[in-house]
Design a protein around this ligand. Structure first.
Ligand code: ADP
Length: 392
C-alpha cells in the first residue's frame, strides 16, 4: 500500500538495539528507511539504518537533528529526556507515540498512578524517597492491614530499570536494609509481592484512526527477574484472554496512543489478573511474532507510526515457543556452532543480534520454534532442549 502520510518515507528511531534492528525486514517490505539515534557504532541497528546519528538516547539536540532527516520519530528505548523532547515537539516535530502519551509511563510510580486513575487492576504500591525516608517505611511496615507488613516485598527503582536491573525481591529485614543502602537516595517504588501462578504478556497496537490490534496472550517465564522463555499462546481460559484484551484496549484508548505497547501481567491462583508493567514500545514478549504471526510487532509499529492500516496480529501457526539466548560469560565469541545446532531444530528460527561483546545476562539473540497442534504441550520440553544446547 502506498504510504500517504510520510513525505520522505523515513522513520526516525530513538534507540539502536535489537528492537530497532528487528524492524529491518518490515521496513524494507514497506519501502521505509530507518534513521537511528544511538550512542555506539556497534549497536545492532546501525547495520540496517540508512543513516545513524551517534548520540546518547537522552540527547535532545541530536533528536532535533534526527527530526531533520525523517518524517516521524518513534522509540525503541524509553530512557529519553521527555522535557527536552517536548520543546522539540513544539517546533513541529512529530513523535509517535506522542510525548503526552509517554509522560505517565516513564517512571514506574507515575505509571502505577496512571493505571490506578484508569481503574486497571494492579498490585498495591507506594513510593519511597530514597534511604532517608525511613519513617514512611516503618509506618508502612507496621500499620494494621498494610499490604507491606509482610515479606516478601518488591522494591523497584522508579526510572531506568530494565531486564530486572533495578527490581529487587526483598525476603527479610537484612535484605531490605542492604538494598536500601545500595540504592541510596534513588527514589523507589515499593510493591506488594504477588504470589503469581503465571506471568502473562500481550502486545497491542493502535493506529492513527484509533484501530486497535491485540496479539495472542502469551506466558512469560522469568528467572532472576529476566525473561527466559515465552510460550505462545498462554494456556488460559477464554475469560482470562478477554480480560487481558480489555486491559490492553482500555490502556491504549485512554492514552490515545499511536504505536505498539508491551503489557506484562500477573495471573494469580484465584484467577485475578494484575498489570505488572507497561512498555511503550515493542517488547521481548512479542519477539515470537516475527516468525509466528501474520504481522510482526515490528511491522505493526512501523505501520502504525507511518499512518498505515494495522496488520493482522493472528498466529500463522498453532503455537510457538521463544527462548532468549542470554550471555553466560564475558566473551567476544560469535557462538557459530551453537547457533547452527539451534537452527537445525525442526521449525526453528534463530535471530542473532550481532553484539560484539557477550556478558552474563545480556540478550544476544533469541530462537523461536513454531509448533504443530500436536506439539503444543511440548513447548516446555523444547525450551529445555534449546537451553541445554545454548548453556550446555
Ligand atoms: P523490569 O522493568 O526490569 O523488566 P519488572 O518490574 O518487569 O522489571 O520485574 C521483573 C520481574 O520481577 C517480573 O517479571 C516478575 O517476575 C518479578 N516481579 C516484579 N514485580 C513483582 C511483584 N510485585 N510481585 C512478584 N513478582 C514481581
Amino acid at each position: 500500500m502506498e504510504i500517504q502520510t510520510l513525505k520522505n518515507k523515513r522513520i526516525g528511531i530513538i534507540g539502536g538495539g535489537q528492537l530497532a534492528w528487528m524492524m529491518a525486514g518490515a521496513a524494507q517490505s514497506l519501502g521505509i528507511e530507518l534513521v537511528i539515534q544511538t550512542p555506539h557504532p556497534t549497536d545492532p541497528a546501525v547495520a540496517i539504518a540508512s543513516k545513524t546519528i551517534l548520540a546518547a538516547i537522552n540527547d535532545a539536540l541530536a533528536t532535533a537533528k534526527l527530526a531533520n532527516c525523517c518524517d516521524v520519530i518513534t522509540f525503541e528505548n524509553e530512557f529519553i529526556d521527555l522535557k527536552a523532547l517536548m520543546s522539540i515537539a513544539k517546533q513541529g516535530v512529530c513523535f509517535r507515540p506522542r510525548l503526552e502519551a509517554l509522560a505517565p509511563l516513564l517512571d514506574k510510580y507515575e505509571q502505577r498512578c496512571y493505571l490506578h486513575a484508569i481503574d486497571l487492576p494492579q498490585p498495591e504500591f507506594t513510593t519511597l524517597e530514597g534511604e532517608a525516608d525511613h519513617e514512611t517505611l516503618v509506618n508502612l511496615r507496621t500499620q494494621a492491614n498494610s499490604p507491606f507488613s509482610k515479606f516478601p516485598l518488591v522494591l523497584k527503582v522508579r526510572r531506568h530499570g530494565y531486564d530486572g536491573q533495578g527490581t529487587f525481591i526483598i525476603k527479610n529485614n537484612i535484605s531490605l536494609k542492604k538494598t536500601r543502602q545500595q540504592l541510596g537516595s534513588t527514589p523507589v517504588i515499593l510493591e506488594e509481592f504477588v504470589p503469581f501462578e503465571r506471568e502473562l504478556a500481550v502486545i497491542a497496537a493502535r493506529s492513527i484512526t484509533g484501530e486497535v490490534a491485540v496479539y495472542p496472550v502469551v506466558e512469560t517465564q522469568q528467572e532472576e527477574q529476566v525473561c527466559r522463555r515465552v510460550l505462545v499462546p498462554a494456556e488460559i481460559s477464554p475469560e482470562i484472554v478477554a480480560e487481558v484484551e480489555a486491559i490492553a484496549c482500555t490502556l491504549l484508548n485512554s492514552l490515545q496512543v499511536v504505536g505498539v505497547f508491551g503489557i506484562e501481567l500477573f495471573l494469580t491462583k484465584s484467577g485475578k489478573v494484575l498489570v505488572n508493567e507497561v512498555s511503550p514500545r515493542t517488547h521481548n514478549s512479542g519477539h515470537y511474532s516475527l516468525d509466528a504471526c501474520e504481522t510482526s510487532q515490528f511491522e505493526m509499529q512501523l505501520r502504525s507510526v507511518a499512518g498505515l492500516p494495522l496488520g493482522n496480529p493472528a498466529l500463522n501457526c498453532s503455537g510457538a515457543v521463544m527462548v532468549n539466548l542470554l550471555g553466560y560469560e564475558y566473551s567476544q565469541h560469535d557462538y557459530h556452532q551453537k547457533r547452527q545446532k539451534l537452527s537445525s531444530l525442526p521449525g526453528a528460527f534463530v535471530h542473532w543480534y550481532g553484539k560484539v561483546q557477550s556478558r552474563p545476562g545480556r540478550k544476544l539473540g533469541h530462537i523461536t520454534v513454531l509448533l504443530e497442534s500436536q506439539q503444543i504441550n511440548q513447548a516446555q520440553v523444547i525450551a529445555k532442549e534449546i537451553e541445554s544446547i545454548w548453556y550446555e
